[in-house]
Design a protein around this ligand. Structure first.
Ligand SMILES: O=C(O)CCC(=O)C(=O)O
Ligand SMILES: [Fe+2]
Length: 328
């Protein structure tokens, strides 16, 4: 793929003539091509320190926010959900989706402001260094959301073992706003190596129906048991993980609720703050969830969806199953 770029101010754009060819590409290939392009714009002299994120696919970042800051955002989440009424998701799942544990907090102006106010705290130098070291380029915030997780009887979707069907370069930064733990909600992880072993056994980008709660059923045929990491997290503590490349799952709270803030990150040609400083933050907060894989990352801001999401995602190549960052 041959894309030429132009600079406008301090931002970099793909030429309009090239957009058609980009859109015609297979989604995983399109994002890998974009990631490669971003690497060309990253200063070669930046050291690339290995981190837990680059070694294992998961980094832990205690104290990104103070407990007070995290608690403030959690209370605001409660207020905004309560304003939707008694069935608005503050106290339990939405009646329209009683089995769905997560309720997204509306990206009301007050929430946008609260999140924007702490961006500098979250994207502190160590976080930026580790993200750039992992990607080998700058990153952008593709979207941000705050969600509340309620106890439900049966875990589904992201509460069963999965890899996100997303560009291989997609990274999730999650900040817990309430205490985490066996009783109050957690997130579990395997590392790159175990994820690859599971993939070879056929457990990789499983459909919602085929996801399991019991990862041992995947490893038993290998004569192994999975070594699960469940980070101990308090309000304000953060996790950064390679969502499409490591198996993970949420662990439901048994009572009360868990609040978390989630940033979806993608490669970028310029530092994360440029687009936000030049054009504001509105584009980061989406009313609905977005399928990043089907978007065109060569467009700035929160790139829009360019194709219908197929019911059955096609994953035609081994590098994707195995969780490599780039086509082999
Ligand atoms: O809510 C959780 O703990 C899991 C989140 C998750 O699966 C993700 O962000 O990809
Ligand atoms: Fe996930």
């Amino acid at each position: 793929m041959d894309v030429t770029f132009r600079r406008e101010g301090r931002l970099i754009y793909a030429r309009d003539e090239d957009i058609g060819a980009i859109v015609a590409m297979e989604p995983f290939q399109r994002h890998a091509g974009f990631h490669r392009a971003c690497r060309q714009f990253y200063p070669a002299d930046r050291g690339r320190q290995p981190s837990d994120l680059s070694r294992k696919g998961l980094g832990q970042y205690p104290g990104l926010l103070t407990a007070e800051q995290a608690g403030g955002i959690s209370r605001l989440a409660g207020t905004l959900l309560e304003e939707k009424g008694p069935d608005g998701g503050a106290f339990g799942p939405l009646p329209s989706a009683p089995g769905e544990a997560n309720v997204t907090v509306p990206p009301d102006k007050r929430m946008v402001e609260a999140v924007v106010n702490v961006l500098d705290k979250i994207f502190r130098p160590q976080v930026v260094t580790d993200l750039e070291g992992y990607l080998g380029c700058y990153f952008r915030i593709d979207q941000a959301s705050v969600y509340r997780t309620h106890p439900v009887e049966k875990s589904t979707i992201s509460f069963q073992w999965h890899r996100d069907i997303a560009p291989m370069s997609q990274v999730h930064l999650m900040v817990y706003l309430t205490p985490g733990g066996d009783e109050c909600g957690a997130t579990d992880f395997l590392d790159f190596q175990q994820t690859q072993e599971a993939a070879i056994k056929g457990y990789h980008y499983t459909t919602y129906e085929n996801r399991t709660d019991d990862i041992d059923t995947v490893f038993a045929p290998l004569g192994k048991t999975a070594e699960v990491t469940r980070p101990k997290l308090g309000p304000g503590d953060g996790l950064i993980f390679a969502a499409p490349r490591v198996l993970h799952r949420g662990w439901l709270p048994k009572e009360g609720f868990r609040d978390a803030m989630l940033f979806v990150l993608l490669p970028s040609m310029v530092p994360w703050n440029y687009e936000i400083e030049d054009f504001g933050t509105d584009y980061v907060f989406l009313p609905d969830s977005k399928n990043t894989l089907h978007a065109n990352p060569f467009l700035l801001f929160n790139p829009s969806i360019v194709e219908e999401k197929a019911d059955n995602i096609q994953i035609p190549e081994d590098w994707i199953f195995l969780g490599a960052m780039f086509p082999s």
